[in-house]
Structures are given as C-alpha cells and as structure tokens.
Design a protein around this ligand. Structure first.
Ligand code: 6PG
Length: 249
C-alpha cells in the first residue's frame, strides 16, 4: 500500500515526519520492547536529524529502547566525510541518550563482502526470527530518493536489485561511487513501515518517473520499494511534487 503526502515546505514535512518517528517509536516500544530504525545518508535526512536532536524533540523518544541501523554505507572508515554513520552520529546520535551498543554501523572500512555478511548477522541478532519476528523486520525504514531514481545504494541495472536471499549486499556500482554496502530490497520491503522522504525541486523529475511512469524497477530502483514494500509513505514537499499529476491517496 502506498500513500503520497504532500507538504507545503520542508519545515512542515520535517515536523510531520518527526511525529511519525515519535509515534512509531512509542508503539514499537510498547508492543515489541524496542524500536528499530534504519536511516539513509545524503542530504535528505539532515533536517530531520537536526530536529530530532533538539532538546524538545529528543525527550519525546525513549532512546534507551532504540536501535539505529543504516540502509547503506560507502566503503570508508567511520570518520570519513562520506560516511553515513559519521553524518548521523554528528547530527543526531551524539546528542541523544542512545546506548552506544544500539547504534549499528556498517563497517565500511572492512572488506566489503565480509562487512555485508557481518551486518546481516548483526541485524539478525536484533530483528531476526529468534527475536519473535517471523522473517526479520525493521520497525521503520527511512529512505531518500536519488535524482536518478535510486534508493539506499540500490542502483539501476545492478545485481543487488534482484537478490532475494541476502539482507545486506556489497556491490561495485561504478567508478565514481565505488563499492557500496546496502540493505537488500527484500529487507527494506519487509519493514513494518517505510517512508521515502523527498524534498527539493531537483527530485521532481525522478519522483514523477517513479510514481507515475512505466514500471521499470531495473532502471528506477525506487520502484522496487514503491511496488514492493509492505507499507510505504512518500512524504514530499511541494517542490519535489510539482510534476505529479495530482493528489494521490
Ligand atoms: C546515501 C543514500 C542514498 C540517498 C540518495 C539521496 O547514502 O547517499 O542512502 O540513497 O538517500 O542518494 O541523496 P541526497 O539525500 O543527498 O539527495
């Protein structure tokens, strides 16, 4: 099921998204004793990270019960400018009382395939069947949309898009991007709830192609989520949604 929720501007989007994260954290903690959240890198989540880190919002989440995972990572050390972990740590995680053992980073500095396998093992330990979850499910996955239609590090034409077995995959993307480690479509789509945050006019064309264009997930990886996720909401601002043909519910 997919829902598109437009907001007049970025501030309104971030405020609404904060309510979603707070409410999901409360219900997951009450029902399952923990809240598992996967976050992306890039510019998209930064305003949300900043807002959640503010003293007023920080108090609304029971951080000792939160486990933070990363949807994808670059093959760099955790201190690197390009590290998604570094970004989330500096903007959010250093400012909230989350136990350090519950921040689950992808070890981008290790050999990529080994790092992917180790991350899958770590995920299974927290959200796997032994934890009472039938298939392995994150409570909430947040994604950004690339202007070429990718999400996480699932890129057009790559094998990771079609892998139905692994939870985490390492794959060489191209010269510019190098090798990436990413959660698989299977794991992302099996989340209890998925939100794709899309803001800014440079995303308008990709958003229109993903939501209203022909179904070509091999070329537009975000369609693997749009058509495959258990429950996905597209929270967008007016600039990103300006090419959509109309309200979609
Ligand atoms: C990353 C991502 C990636 C990102 C999109 C959007 O680490 O880069 O997880 O999928 O969400 O590329 O990137 P921007 O938010 O920078 O536009």
């Amino acid at each position: 099921m997919a829902l598109v929720e437009p907001f007049a501007n970025l501030n309104a989007l971030v405020a609404a998204l904060t309510e979603v994260v707070v409410n999901e954290s409360i219900s997951s903690t009450m029902l399952r004793g923990q809240f598992t959240l996967a976050v992306p890198g890039g510019t998209t989540p930064q305003p949300l990270f900043r807002h959640l880190a503010s003293p007023e919002q920080c108090l609304r989440i029971h951080w000792p019960k939160v486990h933070v995972f990363f949807t994808d990572e670059r093959c760099v050390p955790p201190t690197d400018q390009a590290s998604n972990y570094r970004l989330a740590r500096e903007m959010l995680l250093d400012h909230v009382p989350i136990p350090p053992g519950q921040v689950h980073r992808i070890h981008g500095e290790d050999e990529p395939k080994a790092a992917a396998a180790a991350y899958e093992k770590e995920l299974r330990g927290v959200i796997g069947p032994l934890k009472g979850r039938e298939f392995g499910e994150l409570d909430l996955v947040l994604l950004g949309l690339g202007s070429d239609g990718h999400v996480a590090s699932l890129f057009a034409g790559k094998k990771a898009l079609h892998d139905l077995e692994r939870w985490v995959i390492a794959e060489h993307v191209d010269e510019a991007r190098g090798t990436r480690i990413t959660m698989s479509p299977w794991l992302l789509n099996n989340a209890r709830s998925t939100i794709v945050m899309v803001w800014g006019q440079d995303k308008a064309r990709a958003l229109m192609a993903v939501l209203e264009g022909p179904e070509v997930p091999n070329a537009l990886p975000a369609q693997r989520i749009a058509y495959g996720a258990r429950y996905v909401r597209w929270m967008i601002d007016d600039a990103a949604g300006k090419l959509l043909s109309g309200p979609r519910r």
